[in-house]
Ligand binder design. Structure first.
Ligand code: PRX
Length: 644
């Protein structure tokens, strides 16, 4: 390390002025390896440090960070805090029902819970490298189980507990999980969801899964498969609260998390230990400017990457207090978020545009009843935030005194890539602004030429590896190479379009592929089409996104019917289609509109021209673009005439 870098080293970790950001960014670009090794050296506990900071095999799209370093992420997220802040609250658990008491779990208690859970896993035959599926609601057992896996070197695969049994079983089989941790059920506002029943259905189809641990939450009766099912609380009673952390290699997988692609089955993105830890911790610290007494709340579900990185690993690596909320924003009324902020004196609040839009539609009295003066920073993630929502958030929640961090990133990136640093980067509505140090965004033309300069737009790529990037698609490295590194060789292609304004700020303009972001959930259209094409009356379908006031985007399906289907009642068919989608994928993928058409516009090579269907669904038909390659241009007019 050069001496100037050494001088800056300590101050690197927390960027607290624009001058420092500019300086650190410049250094990180000149020498990314030196930059990340400085961050990693000074802020984490290593059992052994690395022999090489980065190994990058461009041809194989293989990246290794902190090569041969040894560590355990739970020693960084828990053990090292015990001496200095053992009694500090690590997790505030806010239950679904506000009448149920919130739990404050200290770092000392967290250590005990995690160790006990780790021993339960061990007692059930789980060893380093085994895969454990977690299908739990937002209750503390979810966090304990993830960290327990990390403690013993098992790889967790959390499946969002809103996914259907089919989606669950395919993920269990893809990752070859040996054990699943679930609950008897979950609360969702005024309703309960029978999670165990969904798991029971899924496990009919998972030959290699041996054990199902069931946490008690709704205290309801459940079906029981002797030998396979075990109550978690009983297992925990027999487990010790001490468990030595397994020594892990920097590149040992930490978890698998599935994300939808534009084609094919969901991809199991693999994140590894050291790089992910360093990246989530660094970005958490800077994007939320976390200070010791702050209470930080991210409203995401841990079933998504946002929850993994910014409810669990990033905050805990920084010794933060992180809120875990079991409920929904509308229960018992639309003031719930604001009530929780008031109750726990939340300082950083991180949510999604879809929630902001839904809450902005409600009467302002829901907000004004609560004292929000503890807030210092507001965050947004998951999809582009529109100007109206941005201003409402800024005016009514932040009271114009809390910077909004519009954070752009992806499941694949592991952590935040482009975002303002609050109180440092001047914000601009709808702009994610500037890259995090160590991140090198570039804009590309479709023909592979980089677009330099400002006031330009193009396809967003990242030019240099960063520690938090997913290393592969589980069991399918070819797919990883193909999806992310083949469009622009040598660059990571994000699938998003972006523009760079006159001062170099980035604005994400949305997906350029067939992925639609509905209420912040990344949905590939192909798996939904596959699901509905199984309906016996349906010949073919094409699904596109269209703008939706609350959800950001919603799904519009164009469906052609077989002969037998043409005699059926359309409204009934619509119901059946959505039931099928709910069963195969989950209710989040339901279609808002379903139009029955005689045929779909196709190119001569047989590819459905979704660009046109997208325009029709969005009622943006003035300029249809080039339709000359269409085999059947007449259908466009017919579809447009009957648009819903
Ligand atoms: O299109 C971008 C959008 O969400 C996609 C990633 O989705 P997922 O992997 O589910 O991760 C979501 C949480 C990190 C991106 O390709 N996206 C995410 N954040 C933003 C965004 N679009 C615009 N602005 C954002 N802040």
């Amino acid at each position: 390390m050069t001496s100037s870098l050494k001088v800056l080293a300590d101050s690197y970790y927390n960027i607290d002025s624009l001058e420092k950001y500019i300086d650190v960014y410049r250094i990180s670009k000149q020498d990314p390896e030196d930059f990340w090794s400085t961050i990693a050296t000074n802020n984490f506990h290593w059992r052994k440090t690395w022999d090489k900071v980065l190994e990058w095999d461009k041809k194989e799209s293989k990246v290794e960070w902190f090569k041969n370093a040894k560590l355990n992420i739970t020693e960084n997220c828990i053990d090292r805090h015990l001496r200095t802040r053992g009694e500090k609250t690590a997790i505030i658990f806010e239950p679904n029902d506000p009448k149920e008491k919130a739990q404050h779990i200290s770092y000392n208690e967290l250590a005990q819970h995690v160790n006990r859970m780790a021993n339960v896993l061990k007692n059930n035959g789980i060893k380093k490298g085994d895969k454990v599926c977690i299908y739990l609601p937002m209750i503390p057992a979810l966090t304990y189980t993830m960290l327990a896996c990390a403690r013993i070197g098992a790889i967790h695969s959390v499946v969002f507990a809103g996914f259907s049994s089919k989606a669950l079983s395919s993920r269990i089989n893809d990752a070859d999980c040996k054990l699943i941790v679930t609950a008897d059920g979950s609360y969702r506002g005024s309703k309960t969801v029978d999670l165990k029943k969904i798991v029971d259905e899924a496990l009919l189809d998972t030959p290699n899964l041996e054990t199902c641990l069931v946490a008690k939450r709704i205290h309801d009766k459940v079906e029981w498969v002797e030998g396979r099912d075990k109550w978690l609380h009983e297992e925990l009673m027999n487990a010790s609260s001490e468990c030595e952390a397994e020594e892990m290699d920097a590149e040992d997988p930490l978890f698998i998390l599935y994300t939808s692609g534009s084609t094919g089955t969901p991809k199991g993105m693999v994140h590894t230990t050291a790089g992910y830890m360093v990246f989530t911790a660094f970005t958490f610290k800077n994007v939320f400017q976390y200070k010791n007494d702050d209470v930080y709340w991210c409203t995401a579900d841990i079933g998504w990457i946002t929850g993994h990185s910014y409810i669990v690993y990033g905050p805990l690596a920084n010794g933060a207090t992180t809120v875990m909320f079991e409920g929904v924003p509308s229960y018992p009324d639309y003031g719930r978020f604001w009530d929780v902020i008031d109750k726990h004196k939340v300082s950083q609040f991180y949510t999604a545009p879809t929630a902001i839009r839904a809450l902005a539609k409600q009467d302002l009295s829901f907000v004004d009843e609560h004292d929000l003066s503890s807030l210092k920073i507001l965050g947004s993630v998951g999809e582009p935030i529109n100007e109206e929502a941005w201003h409402w958030y800024n005016d009514h929640i932040g009271k114009k005194k809390c910077p909004i961090v519009d954070t752009w990133w992806q499941t694949e990136t592991g952590g935040i890539m482009i975002s303002p640093i609050p109180y440092v980067t001047p914000t601009k509505p709808t702009y994610a602004t500037l890259p995090i140090p160590g991140i090198q965004p570039v804009l590309m033309e479709a023909n592979g030429v980089e677009i330099k300069g400002n006031q330009v737009d193009g396809k967003l790529c990242i030019a240099y590896p960063w520690p938090g990037m997913a290393r592969t698609v589980y069991n399918n490295h070819e797919r990883y190479k193909e999806t992310y590194f083949s469009t622009f060789p040598g660059l990571y292609f994000t699938g998003d379009g972006a523009l760079r304004d006159e001062v170099g700020y980035y604005r994400i303009t949305g997906r350029v592929d067939d992925v639609v972001i509905v209420s912040g959930h990344n949905l590939g259209t192909a798996p939904i089409e596959d699901a509905i094409n199984e309906h016996q009356a349906i010949a073919e379908s094409a699904i596109v996104g269209f703008p939706h006031e609350i959800k950001g985007s919603a799904l519009y399906g164009y469906v052609t019917l077989k002969d037998e289907g043409s005699k059926r009642d359309h409204d009934n068919l619509r119901k059946e289609i959505n039931q099928l989608i709910t069963a195969k994928i989950g209710p989040i993928a339901k279609l808002d509109k379903i139009q029955f058409v005689n045929s779909l516009p196709k190119t001569r090579s047989g590819k459905i021209m979704r660009r046109i269907l997208r325009k029709i669904a969005s009622r943006d038909t003035e300029n249809m673009g080039d339709t000359s390659t269409l085999l059947n241009p007449d259908v466009v007019e017919e579809i447009n005439k009957n648009v819903l």
